[in-house]
Design a protein around this ligand. Structure first.
Ligand code: GLV
Length: 326
């Protein structure tokens, strides 16, 4: 029996790659940087399956370049804004993602960012490296306490809920704005985004990127935050209008921001955000723990293999492909 042919757009963790190699003839892109779109167009030709990363844009042109034998696209991420899903659905191709397994790792990082911004940890580290630490001083590098403050979650899906759990131990009150979610744990729903911004000392973003959420954090949003508030974003970079955020941070309209995601990624070294002391930025490492990346690789492989076998994907973002009878 001929083994299915797949293109894997980067070297993923062995936990997943081994499974892929057991079942398929895999062409694996070994580069540290993603294949360019032109290379991708060439590489997918004739493939039965594609395992891709959030750095690869997958659209109708690419799916057509692959050919009509393509059975599945498996994204090694929970977010899938890099894929034009309606283009895949229109061609009857199921798209897999990796939800659930990166919830705790991402919430851990979001909470670490909250603490880093509130207690000025990265700034304090730079302070030492710059040779500025001369003595202990009562007014040196003062930050913001967490206890008794309000954490506002924009989006109350899996990661938002995991944030709410973590907030308990820090004596935070938790509120959220998400018209589609039920209240849970200690978190109280707010009837509007404005109400959430009015009450929150820390605002953490947990929405997917789509037309409704692109630049949801803009000058208007930032002007409604409390003066000493902190913004945390571990969702997707384009949810934030970075020019507006820069102005708000530069003028101390808000206390600080902490970003795991930027627009674009990587953030160019001449980005004005990198000149600010009150902006913590890390390079999209929300899910970057060994176990989580192993789990993601494994689930991405299982989605891929299920699709190649013509079985339902364990996690499919466009289940309507199974109803269309294509
Ligand atoms: C990471 O950002 C993911 O969507 O998995």
């Amino acid at each position: 029996m001929t083994r299915p042919k797949v293109f894997v757009t980067r070297v993923i963790r062995d936990a997943g790659l081994t499974l892929v190699r057991e079942f398929c003839n895999a062409d694996v892109w070994e580069g540290d940087l993603p294949p360019t779109h032109d290379v991708l167009l060439e590489k997918v030709r004739g493939m039965d399956g594609l395992l891709c990363l959030l750095t690869d844009r997958i659209d109708g042109e690419l799916l057509d370049a692959a050919g009509s034998q393509l059975k599945v696209v498996s994204n090694h991420a929970v977010g899938f804004d890099n894929i034009v899903v309606p283009d895949a659905t229109a061609r009857g191709i199921p798209v897999g993602n990796t939800p659930g397994i990166l919830t705790d790792a991402t919430a851990d990082l979001a909470f670490a960012l909250l603490l880093a911004a509130a207690r000025r940890i990265t700034e304090a580290e730079r302070y030492i490296h710059a040779g500025k630490w001369k003595t202990w001083h009562p007014s040196m590098l003062l930050g913001i306490d967490l206890a008794g403050k309000t954490l506002g979650l924009v989006g109350f899906g899996r990661i938002g809920r995991a944030m709410a759990k973590r907030a308990v131990g820090f004596d935070l009150r938790v509120i959220f704005y998400d018209p589609t979610a039920e209240p849970e744990f200690n978190a109280a729903p707010m009837s509007s985004l404005d109400a959430l911004l009015r009450e929150s000392d820390f605002v953490s973003i947990h929405t997917p990127l789509n037309q409704a959420t692109r630049h949801i954090v803009n000058a208007d949003f930032l002007s409604k935050m409390k003066r000493n508030a902190i913004l945390i974003n571990t969702s997707r970079g384009p949810v934030v209008d970075q020019d507006d955020l820069y102005q708000a941070l530069k003028s101390n309209q808000i206390f600080a921001a902490a970003l795991d995601v930027t627009d674009p990624e990587p953030l160019p070294l001449d980005s004005p955000l990198l000149t600010l002391e009150n902006c913590v930025i890390v390079p999209h490492i929300g899910s970057a723990s060994e176990k989580t990346r192993d789990d993601m690789a494994r689930l991405a492989a299982l989605n891929l293999i299920a699709g190649l076998k013509g079985e339902r994907l364990p996690h499919c973002v466009n289940p309507e492909v199974y109803e269309s009878g294509r």
